[in-house]
Design a protein around this ligand. Structure first.
Ligand code: ADP
Ligand code: ASP
Ligand code: MG
Length: 405
């Protein structure tokens, strides 16, 4: 008898019919003799609807109340799925995050899981029941409801699999695995049978939203066998693994991109020690995360300082820079919130030179200007204008030999 955690995303539970289909799939697995814990997201569109309602109520609602609101989406789905299971004669109980309980820290809207109590779940499984848990949520030491950040149900699934020492964690979604890039942008994208944790972590952190980054970190840390599959079609999906394939590795495994980016420049700042911290200190104090940073070589005692932030933080970051401008003796504050980051990822990059120059040539041949560059051992990222996103990703996909035959 194997123990599986199945996580179903928003689209997979988006309608009554789809919830019924999930119930059938779960019942089938249970009837075959396996123990099943199901984690579900809110029905598709529900979390966005709740976010919009909150914005209509107050410009900046407290994060505590946001969590109380957003956690309701998943609560609806667990109850409906249990009803669907009961309806087909499958015994099941639902639990919210705080009922389980999934103990988190108190960082509302981006809480981290600290501990999971598994007693209730184990007792139910031993009694032959299916256990249905609300994704994306937990509870802190004081009993406040917390949420785990957008896409956080993936992390609930993996964390439960780790806590229960499940045989596998299946992430069921609306694509049949992890692709070389988002198949909605590049129709020629190829599904990967396997991808290493290291590469999946880079892809997720660089914008591939198929898995929440924390879920991949968790799976890597606790050695959870993690698989991404389609809710709608049969197949083995993609296994996230430590092993590299025996076949000769491609140089590049995938291309990730992130549209949620904006860049800001403070031009003509005095080129003196401490300037970077004087700029980024106040940005950090506003709780704004900075991604890429570029400081130009100084000329005539002055330099330009450019960095990127999440697009949602663009206006706030710009206000911080405006306030700093006179204080630092800088000349101009400028910015652009229609930029994107495109990254190529692959462990094969370690042992091969010339990948960056190939990437830059492909972009140049398409007439795409590169605004910023950053590299690490297994990735190269560039910032370009948003209007070139599709063109860049498709051209790179072809140039690095990733297109489907
Ligand atoms: P769910 O609601 O099931 O959590 P998500 O929308 O969070 O689903 O994640 C699935 C989506 O991720 C796909 O529909 C696809 O557009 C997108 N995606 C981005 N990059 C990739 C990739 N490399 N491989 C597969 N899907 C990707
Ligand atoms: N419902 C949440 C979201 O839309 C969590 C999830 O689906 O994973 O982000
Ligand atoms: Mg998701």
């Amino acid at each position: 008898m194997a123990l599986y955690v199945y996580k179903f995303g928003g689209t997979s539970v988006g309608t009554v019919e789809r919830i019924k289909a999930v119930a059938d799939k779960v019942k089938k697995a249970r009837d075959a003799g396996d123990q099943i814990v199901v984690v579900v997201s809110a029905m598709s569109g529900e979390t966005n609807r709740l976010v919009a309602l909150a914005k209509d109520m107050q410009t900046q609602p407290t994060e505590r109340e946001m969590d109380v609101l957003l956690s309701t989406g998943e609560q609806v789905t667990i109850a409906l799925l249990c009803m669907a299971l009961h309806n087909v004669g499958c015994d099941a109980s639902s639990y919210t995050g705080s009922q389980v309980k999934i103990l988190t820290d108190s960082s509302h809207t981006k809480a981290r899981i600290r501990e999971i109590e598994d007693a209730k779940i184990r007792a139910d499984l031993d009694a032959g029941k299916v256990v249905v848990v609300a994704g994306f949520q937990g509870v802190d030491e004081e009993g406040n409801i917390t949420t785990l950040g957008r896409g956080g149900s993936d992390t609930t699934g993996v964390a439960l699999a780790a806590a229960l020492k499940a045989d596998e964690c299946h992430i069921y979604t609306d694509v049949d695995g992890v692709y070389t890039t988002d198949p909605r942008v590049v129709p020629k994208a190829r599904r990967l049978d396997k991808i290493t944790f290291e590469e999946m972590l880079e892809m997720a952190s660089l914008g591939s939203k198929v898995l929440q980054i924390r879920s991949v970190e968790f799976a890597g840390k606790y050695n959870v066998a993690l698989r991404v599959l389609s809710s709608f079609a049969e197949g083995n999906g993609t296994l996230i693994t430590y092993e590299e394939s025996e076949m000769e590795r491609a140089l590049i495994s995938g291309i990730a991109f992130n549209r949620d980016e904006a860049k800001l420049t403070l031009a003509g700042v005095p080129d003196l020690p401490g300037v970077a911290s004087k700029i980024l200190g106040p940005i950090a104090a506003e709780n704004i995360e900075v991604d890429m940073i570029v400081q130009n070589v100084g000329a005539n005692g002055a330099t330009d300082f450019t960095f990127t932030v999440n697009r949602n933080d663009y206006v706030r970051a710009k206000n911080v820079l405006e306030a700093l401008r006179t204080e630092l003796g800088a000349q101009i504050v400028s910015g652009d919130d229609s930029i994107v980051k495109v990254s190529i990822v692959g462990v094969g990059m370690r042992s091969h030179a010339g990948i960056a120059s190939t990437m830059f040539k492909v972009l140049a041949d398409e007439g795409i200007n590169i605004q910023m560059i950053s590299t690490s051992e297994i990735k190269i990222s560039v910032v370009i204008a948003e209007k070139y996103l599709e063109l860049a990703v498709r051209a790179l996909h072809t140039a690095f030999g990733l297109d489907q035959a």
